[in-house]
Design a protein around this ligand. Structure first.
Ligand code: ADP
Ligand code: MG
Length: 603
């Protein structure tokens, strides 16, 4: 006896729905994408009870004719592709023709739609895949579709919905992703009759700031590179915007949100040594690639996309971000390790249009050593030494005083070779009497600047460099109050700041010698540093110490910066004029010495 039979459509649709419609947010995503595909300039999303009761999407797109409105709910009915080859030149979000029939299989759907050519639209009601009503109606051009009582006929699914908060969170996440790729479309999201967000048509930067927060605006640096393989645009956060968690990170490909752990690594690698390890920066990166170069057979619920040339794109992406960081002088470094930059591969495929390597730009005049090039007279630092000793005895157990044995305590050790060698853009190697000395350049510079700034504060000898154009900053009330409290200490460092009231301040001058440093970013960072709680017994709880350290931190040379022989010489000379050359102000070693015996052991 034959036992095989075809499933009725309603059952087949319900099975498909199990994949396409997993939760209310899937419905929101599919409906919004249809509106985008229909060329809408305005899309309103209205949700009741986190999507359980109702999900309604209203657009002003091209709408559907009476017949199309009915056909749209048939399986594999789509206006977006006609033949298999079309799959390779896809420019729409949808193409499978699965969403509407799947949704209609597990919910009650009401659709009102009109095309511009008709005076009357059509009003259609479907329940569990069956059309229960269709009649003409008067409505604006576009589509108004409402999905009610999702999973009303699939109790098991309905039971597995998460809390309203979770489901609404998912909806907002999908809403955000679509809003972020369609900045010229205006969107609104309303939940239980309360408007949650309204996003007017805008440019990409405004859209990102509109979706998230205003203060992102100052953090975003534009990325833009065009090669034959891909065009990559968007924004990355400045290194200062790095956070332990919660950074907004997005990739999009051809208008579609994408997760891509491999490309994520390319972005984070570009920030190596610029941000603390383990921290994250925001990024919004948009890839435009020829549709034939990615796997289009994207499952509606999957967010991974396969690229044909992903390792080449990895390199282009990383080079583009490094270029951005260099161009905006986001890092006060001279050298970007040009040698280590990946070569952009050239492809035979299109020899007339070679892949263009992003250009590296930097400020060749910036020299962080300029202000230290003359060694200070010895009696000067001897005096500093006394001052520091006095303080040290006044504040017992300070983290500035290292427990470690003094590595550099004998006069004789100062006899060092005049030949220095820079290793990995991070360490300066030089021969001293007691062995091979290795100095960490960033930490050493931190120590030098810290002592210098501290001394200037104490003697009120800092000089100010006036800004050509005073910069305005606006602070939250708590930050504004803090800045009021520390204005005096900041002016002893060389800042010239005036409070304008209402949380607004004007920066007229910054400490001399900080060429290429962005005044408002620096100040914002210093305020954040000043707020950070320090252990009470630490000498660093003293405001002067904290501010000197904060300024040093923000102006010292980075790891990765190439140093000339002269610069290394100056750095070492300055370091050994410090009161405590062996440690950073927060107690990390600045140098180590390998004794001849250590070295002999290797041979
Ligand atoms: P797909 O988007 O994959 O084509 P859907 O089931 O989502 O499949 O939609 C089926 C068809 O219905 C679409 O191809 C489109 O022609 C039409 N359609 C759906 N939503 C809209 C809308 N908001 N405005 C105009 N046409 C729409
Ligand atoms: Mg669709």
């Amino acid at each position: 006896m034959d036992i095989i039979h075809l499933l009725p459509d309603s059952v087949a649709n319900q099975i498909a729905a199990g994949e396409v419609v997993q939760r209310p947010s899937s419905v929101v995503k599919e409906l919004m994408e249809n509106s985008v595909d229909a060329g809408a300039t305005s899309i309103d999303v209205l949700i009741m009870d986190a999507g359980r009761t109702s999900i309604r999407v209203i657009d002003d797109g091209k709408g559907m004719s009476e017949t199309d409105a009915r056909l749209a709910f048939e399986r594999h009915a789509t206006s977006k592709i006609r033949k298999a080859e079309d799959l390779f030149s896809l420019h729409t979000m949808g193409f499978r023709g699965e969403a509407l029939p799947s949704i209609a299989a597990v919910a009650q759907v009401q659709l009102k739609t009109r095309i511009a050519a008709n005076d009357l639209g059509t009003d259609l009601t479907i329940e569990g895949s069956r059309v229960v009503m269709q009649e003409p109606c008067s409505c604006p051009v576009g589509t108004d579709i409402e999905v009610r009582n999702l999973f009303y006929n699939v109790p098991a699914r309905r039971k597995f919905l998460k809390s309203n908060q979770t489901e609404l969170g998912n909806i907002m996440q999908d809403f955000e992703r679509i809003a972020l790729v369609n900045p010229t479309v205006s969107f609104s999201l309303t939940h239980n009759d309360t408007l949650i967000v309204r996003l007017p048509a805008a440019n990409l930067r405004q859209r990102i700031v509109g979706v998230f927060e205003k203060k992102l605006n100052e953090q975003l640096l534009a990325v833009d590179v065009d090669t034959t393989l891909a065009r990559i645009t968007g924004f990355v956060g400045r290194p200062e915007s790095a956070r332990k968690k919660g950074a907004h990170q997005f990739f999009f490909t051809n208008g579609r949100y994408m997760r891509h752990p491999y490309f994520h690594k390319a972005v984070m690698d570009a920030f190596t040594h610029l941000i603390p390890e383990g921290e994250q920066v925001p990024y919004f990166i948009y890839f435009d690639v020829a549709p034939e170069n990615i796997d289009v057979n994207i499952h509606p619920t999957k967010t991974e996309i396969k690229f044909e040339n992903d390792s080449a794109i990895w390199q282009i992406l990383q080079a583009a971000i490094r270029d951005t960081l260099g161009r905006f002088n986001a890092v006060p470094t001279i050298d970007f390790d040009v040698q280590g930059r990946p070569d952009i591969p050239t492809f035979e495929a299109n020899p007339t249009q070679p892949v263009r390597a992003p250009q590296l730009e930097y400020n060749p005049d910036y020299n962080p050593f300029r202000k230290h090039s003359t060694p200070r007279p010895t009696d000067d630092w001897a005096q500093l030494y006394d001052v520091a000793r006095l303080q040290a005895s006044a504040t017992p157990d300070t983290s500035m005083q290292s427990e470690a044995p003094d590595l550099f305590d004998t006069e004789g050790d100062m006899e060092m070779s005049s030949d220095h060698f820079q290793f990995r853009g991070q360490y300066i190697l030089t021969a001293v009497r007691s062995g091979l000395m290795i100095v960490e350049q960033h930490r050493a510079h931190l120590r030098i600047l810290y002592e210098q700034y501290l001394k200037q504060m104490q003697s009120r000898s800092a000089t100010t460099q006036g800004l050509l154009f005073p910069e305005m900053i606006h602070l939250a009330p708590s930050d504004a109050q803090l800045l009021d409290e520390i204005t005096d200490a900041l002016s002893s460092l060389g800042f010239d700041i005036t409070s304008l009231g209402g949380g607004s301040f004007s920066i007229q001058g910054i400490p001399s010698g900080l060429d290429g440093v962005d005044a408002s970013t620096l100040l914002t960072q210093m305020i954040a540093d000043a707020r950070e709680e320090q252990p009470a017994q630490s000498a660093l709880s003293d405001l002067n110490h904290r501010l000197a350290l904060a300024l040093a931190r923000n102006t010292s040379i980075a790891v990765g910066q190439a140093l000339s022989a002269q610069e290394m010489d100056t750095l070492l000379a300055d370091l050994f004029q410090c009161e405590n050359p062996n440690m950073t102000p927060n107690g990390k070693p600045t140098l180590a010495i390998l004794s001849p015996r250590d070295i002999d052991q290797y041979f």
